[in-house]
Design a protein around this ligand. Structure first.
Ligand SMILES: Cc1cc2ncn([C@H]3O[C@H](COP(=O)(O)O)[C@@H](O)[C@H]3O)c2cc1C
Ligand SMILES: O=C(O)c1cccnc1
Length: 355
């Protein structure tokens, strides 16, 4: 609990003065004011985080938290549970979507076993196992409160270490069969939305299985009665080790005054938990894309953030993060390189601000 407590206490607001200076420069670049939309917002937000108008995000990694979910025994995923272990190992071999996109975008993947239900003997997988999978949340809490704290602290430790090694920006991803079910439960608890709305078909379900998935989430919430005002209670009762670990990464980013990227539905569930721990965390988060999982839109609304892309992706793994790194690079490059009105010998006063 010490690390979590210290981390939460160390989170401070972003640098508003730097944001103001960044906005002034952005509005003085040769373009109609606000015309580069979210790219402008990204560059200004980054200034608030780093305290500098000009920024470069050269060293980047997507941290993939891998864990099994006991709720899989309710038949909430079409995929067998053992897929988790194989897919976790595949992350280190370059066989997954996030691996390929990371290679393409010159970024790393950090694979963490935070709770896969079998041992993984692979030096490229960080062994941070809290337990061999969670319990079935449809029958009782996913994990103990102590395990939830431990898993969040694993996430804080992993991200703290990466930032201290010189990573400029991190992304968050996951691997764990059944984790769209836990994420839907987290969303329903915090938002009050019915599981009929928060649940999607995840990696694929028949209509009949989909109905069962909704019933399972309803049952999990009914049995456990998570307290929406206590994120630790929500994570331990209806969350997963992957969600807890990613939540820890978000908290670490805010503590270290570093940027961090949200991927899809599951990563957003973890971001929502982090924001509920401390609302200041939001200013350190960059949502990459709007997942096609239907609950993703509500997740974004709940966190109150706007994703930068909509590519109708629904893969998870952190696959949106390497793409977001490219968009962020573009935004920062604009800030550095677009000519000012003065350089362009144009008169800014002739423009009308329609934002
Ligand atoms: C081959 C394959 C690769 C994946 N990569 C990510 N996921 C995604 O699907 C899983 C969640 O979906 P559900 O809740 O329906 O089980 C997670 O592992 C997530 O990362 C995958 C799923 C599959 C099948
Ligand atoms: O958006 C996601 O993260 C997602 C959606 C479906 C399946 N797995 C992950």
């Amino acid at each position: 609990m010490k690390l979590l407590k210290e981390t939460l206490e160390a989170i401070k607001p972003v640098d508003e003065e730097a944001k103001k200076k960044a906005k002034e420069r952005m509005d003085n670049l040769t373009k109609p004011i606000g015309s580069l939309g979210i790219l402008e917002e990204i560059a200004i937000k980054m200034a608030g985080i780093t305290g500098k108008v000009h920024n470069k995000m050269e060293k980047r990694s997507t941290v993939v938290m891998c864990a099994d979910n006991g709720v899989v025994e309710e038949g909430v995923s079409a995929c067998p549970q053992w897929f988790t272990k194989i897919l976790t190992e595949n992350l280190t071999k370059g066989y997954t979507g996030v691996s390929v996109l990371s290679e393409f975008t010159n970024s790393d993947v950090t694979t963490v076993d935070i709770g896969v239900n079998t041992d993984i003997d692979n030096p490229k997988v960080l062994n941070k196992k809290v337990a061999y999978g969670t319990k079935n949340m449809a029958k009782g809490p996913s994990m103990t409160r102590e395990e939830a704290i431990k898993a969040i602290e694993v996430g804080i430790e992993v991200a703290d270490k990466l930032y201290s090694e010189g990573y400029d920006i991190l992304g968050t991803g996951e691997m764990g069969i059944g984790n769209t079910t836990t994420s839907a439960a987290v969303l329903s608890v915090f938002s009050g939305l019915s599981p009929d709305i928060s649940c999607g078909k995840g990696s694929g379900l028949t209509d009949e299985q989909y109905e069962e998935k909704k019933n399972t989430v309803k049952k999990a919430i009914e049995i456990n009665k998570p307290d929406k005002n206590d994120p630790l209670d929500v994570i331990s009762k209806v969350g997963g080790f992957d969600i807890a670990g990613m939540c820890g990464c978000f908290l670490s980013a805010a503590k270290n005054r570093k940027p961090i990227v949200i991927d899809g539905f599951i990563s957003s569930a973890a971001a929502l938990c982090a924001v509920r721990f401390n609302p200041l965390v939001k200013d350190y988060l960059f949502p990459s894309h709007l997942s096609k999982e239907p609950g993703a839109m509500y997740m974004m609304e709940e966190i109150d953030l706007k994703p930068m892309l909509n590519l109708e992706m629904r893969l998870g793994e952190g696959s949106g993060c390497p793409l977001a790194f490219q968009v962020i690079d573009s935004a920062l490059y604009i800030m550095d390189n677009l000519a000012t009105f003065e350089q362009s010998t144009l008169d800014r006063d002739k423009l009308i601000d329609i934002r």
